[in-house]
Design a protein around this ligand. Structure first.
Ligand SMILES: Cc1ncc(COP(=O)(O)O)c(C=O)c1O
Length: 437
């Protein structure tokens, strides 16, 4: 049912509203492209994952959105945070997270990152290999500290999501195989600066079916049992990673993969995985690192129509947001549902090809390779909205084609706050080094 998301509505002017705030008015005031977040939605999603896993067991995956205001909001709700780079660690600390609230992931951690993790005393460093274990051990020894570690173990489960999001498949670049687990933990148990406390087994992002989480938990927990029995020790943490999906597709669209329709609640995931762990391992802390689910449906991206034409048999509409703003729409053919913000209450029954502003033939925002359904007779100056644009968007924006990165706002109890400034033309060349003459 339009307007699809519970934070959206249509007002008497026929304008799309987010938490009751007129989005057309915001677009006029702040310009486009423009991200608008709903604080209420982030709170609601954070509470859902907290209720499902236990607040202290949730480490929000900041790669989904590491805007400082968003991180501060999430911290204020009592969640912990997961980072996978020095930059995300920097943002998390700036947002006020304590080192012991932070888990560090990544398949190619730099020496500086390992040093920072050891010096700060993070909750846990999830290791990708024995090579990384040795590097961290050296760093820890030099500093006279002991670092909590877990190994990332690939369950071999294929989630059925976009191929690039499959990280547990046996050919993926991440972690070690189930068969290698005993040997890597044997190495870690030698201690000497590292303390193995857990196992990490993120499967994929935008996982379409709850059974995937269950199967991954089975495979990895059985392996953990073997590791524990063989080596005679006990792990205290099972970190399942993220992957809880957002329902991007609002209506049936030919050619759109199943994972865009995924509809799984955090509680279902937590209950199923918990049941497996109880059966196989008994008492072990279950940790989750949800990113997309916490912020995905909290934001819309507003964009303005810049050009309309009929070319051959197609109606085209050109907008001011392309893959400079929504990289996933290009690289993964990611689907973001699109509606008119200016005429939100009108029938969306006219087929349009939609193009972004970039000088690149791939800069088009189709629906499963097909037309978008929008109100008839779109005009230059009207505003459109792309829904569920809160995750993996701000993080991936670029300045390609000489386009400053857009601003972001958050609606908080009816008030609007700027959480990211729009870049200027000067920002485009700020880091260029050149002779003034
Ligand atoms: C290790 C790890 N944890 C958590 C996440 C978050 O996943 P999602 O945003 O799908 O919840 C990812 C995303 O790829 C990840 O690689």
């Amino acid at each position: 049912m339009f307007p699809f998301n519970e934070n959206l509505s249509v007002n008497d002017d026929n304008h799309l509203c987010l938490d009751g705030v007129d989005l057309v008015e915001l677009a006029e005031e702040f310009g486009t492209p423009l991200f608008v977040f709903s604080e209420e939605t982030i709170r609601r999603r954070a509470e859902e994952v907290a209720a499902a896993f236990g607040r202290e067991n949730v480490y929000y995956a900041s790669k989904a959105n590491s805007n400082i205001s968003v991180l501060k909001l999430i911290r204020s709700l009592g969640l912990n945070v997961e980072v996978s780079s020095e930059g995300e660690l920097f943002a998390a600390l700036k947002a006020g997270f304590k080192p012991e609230q932070i888990i560090f992931n990544g398949a190619a951690k730099t020496l500086r990152e390992l040093q920072a993790a050891a010096e700060l005393g993070l909750h846990c460093v999830n290791l990708d290999s024995v090579c990384e274990l040795e590097r961290l051990r050296r760093v820890a020894r030099e500093r006279g500290v002991e670092v909590n570690v877990a190994f990332r173990v690939s369950s071999g489960v294929v989630a059925g999501t976009h191929a690039s999001f499959e990280t547990a498949a046996s050919l993926s670049k991440f972690g070690v195989t189930l068969e290698e687990a005993v040997e890597v933990y044997r190495e870690a148990l030698k201690g000497d600066g590292v303390n193995p406390i857990g196992v990490h087994c993120h499967i994929a992002s935008q996982v379409p079916r709850v059974e995937v989480f269950e199967e991954g938990a089975y495979r990895v927990s059985r392996t953990v049992k073997i590791v524990e029995d063989t080596l005679g020790f006990k792990l205290s943490e099972f970190d399942m990673g993220g992957g809880i999906p957002v329902t991007y597709a609002k209506e049936p669209i030919n050619g759109l993969p199943e994972y865009f329709y995924a509809r799984i609640k955090p509680r279902e995931v937590a209950e199923r995985v918990r049941r497996v762990l109880d059966e196989v391992l008994g008492d072990i802390r279950l940790i989750a690192e949800p990113g997309r689910y916490v912020v995905g449906d909290s934001a819309v991206l507003l964009t303005q129509v810049q050009n309309v034409k009929k070319k051959g048999k197609d109606f085209w509409v050109m907008i001011d947001a392309g893959f400079n703003v929504l990289l996933d729409a290009f690289s993964y053919k990611w689907y973001f549902h699109m509606v008119s913000a200016s005429r939100a209450g009108e029938e969306h029954n006219h087929p349009y090809m939609v193009g972004g502003p970039l000088c690149d033939g791939g800069d088009i925002l189709l629906a499963g390779g097909q037309h978008r359904m929008l109100p008839r007779d779109l005009k230059v100056g009207e505003y459109l909205a792309l829904l569920d644009a809160g995750a993996y968007t701000l993080e991936q924006m670029s300045q390609f084609n000489g386009r400053p990165r857009p601003a972001a706002l958050i609606v908080s109890k009816g008030k609007v706050k700027l959480i990211r400034r729009r870049e200027s033309l000067e920002d485009l060349v700020r880091n260029d080094c050149y002779d003034e003459t």
